[in-house]
Design a protein around this ligand. Structure first.
Ligand code: 6PG
Length: 243
C-alpha cells in the first residue's frame, strides 16, 4: 500500500490548480534537494495549472533545479496542435526561467519504438533509482473519460507489469500512436498528483473512489505509489458522483 492517499475537492478548476500549484511551491521550498524531476501529464486539463505556474510562480519556484519530463506524448511533431510538449511550452516553459537543458521532450516525431527506448534510457541515466526503477519527485497525471492515464489505455493493463519504463501505445479510438511511461515507474514516484476536472470525468472518478468492480478495468485505478503519496486534485463537477 502506498504511503498515503488524499482526495482534495475544490469548487472550480481554478481553485484546484491554485491549490496544486501551492503544494508544488511548498514541497520544493521545504526540500533541500538540488534537483527535482517532474513528469507532466498531457491533454488540456493541465493547461490551467501551467498558466497558474507561469503567472504566479515564474520568480518563486526553483526553475534551475526543476527538470521537466512527460508521462506520455502523442507521436506527432513538437509543433503539432496535439503535442503535449507544445501545450506545455506555450503555456509554461516559454514563460519561466527554466534552462533548456532541464526540458526533456519526448520526440514524438521519431520512430515510436526507437524513441520509447531512447527516452526510457535517458530517464534511467538521469534520475535517482529506487531498486531497478527511476524515482520522479512528482508525476502529474490526468484521467481520460475511458479511465486511461498517461497513455495506458484500458486494453493495456499489462503495462503495469511491463519490464521497460516506457512503451508504445495506441489510442483505441483514433489509432494515434503514443509513447507512454509504464506502470512501475509511475508507481515508483515520491508523489503522484491526479489533476481531474469536469463533469465528463465524474463517472470514472466515482468508479475509482467508490472502488466499484468497473474500476478494476481502468488503468487509473492501478496508480498506487508504493513509496509515495497520491493526491487527487479534483473539482466538484468531477466529484459529483462520489458517494
Ligand atoms: C494525453 C494525456 C492523457 C490525458 C487524459 C485527459 O496525452 O492525452 O496524457 O492521459 O491526461 O486523456 O485529457 P484531458 O485533460 O484533455 O481531458
Amino acid at each position: 500500500m502506498g504511503s498515503s492517499v488524499e482526495v482534495k475537492i475544490y469548487a472550480t478548476p481554478k481553485k484546484v490548480v491554485k491549490a496544486l500549484a501551492k503544494e508544488i511551491y511548498q514541497f520544493t521550498h521545504e526540500s533541500k534537494q538540488k534537483r527535482f524531476d517532474f513528469a507532466l501529464s498531457g491533454g488540456t486539463t493541465p493547461i490551467l495549472l501551467f498558466d497558474r505556474l507561469a503567472k504566479k510562480y515564474a520568480e518563486s519556484l526553483p526553475w534551475d533545479k526543476i527538470h521537466i519530463w512527460w508521462g506520455d506524448e502523442r507521436c506527432v511533431p513538437p509543433d503539432s496542435e496535439e503535442s503535449n510538449y507544445k501545450y506545455t511550452y506555450d503555456a509554461l516553459l516559454s514563460k519561466v526561467p527554466i534552462p533548456d537543458e532541464n526540458i526533456h521532450r519526448i520526440n514524438g516525431e521519431e520512430n515510436p519504438a526507437v524513441e520509447a527506448d531512447r527516452y526510457g534510457k535517458l530517464i534511467d541515466s538521469q534520475l535517482n533509482m529506487r531498486g531497478e526503477w527511476p524515482v520522479f519527485d512528482l508525476i502529474i497525471l490526468g484521467l481520460g473519460d475511458d479511465g486511461h492515464t498517461a497513455s495506458i489505455f484500458p486494453y493495456q493493463i499489462e503495462l503495469f507489469e511491463y519490464e521497460r519504463n516506457c512503451a508504445v501505445s495506441e489510442h483505441p479510438l483514433t489509432g494515434q500512436k503514443r509513447i507512454t511511461m509504464t506502470g512501475i515507474p509511475l508507481n515508483n514516484a515520491n508523489r503522484v498528483f491526479f489533476l481531474v476536472t469536469g463533469k465528463n470525468k465524474a463517472m470514472r472518478i466515482s468508479e475509482i473512489m467508490n472502488d466499484d468492480d468497473a474500476a478494476k478495468l481502468l488503468p487509473a485505478y492501478y496508480i498506487e505509489p508504493q513509496n509515495g503519496d497520491l493526491i487527487w486534485y479534483i473539482d466538484e463537477a468531477a466529484a459529483e458522483l462520489i458517494t
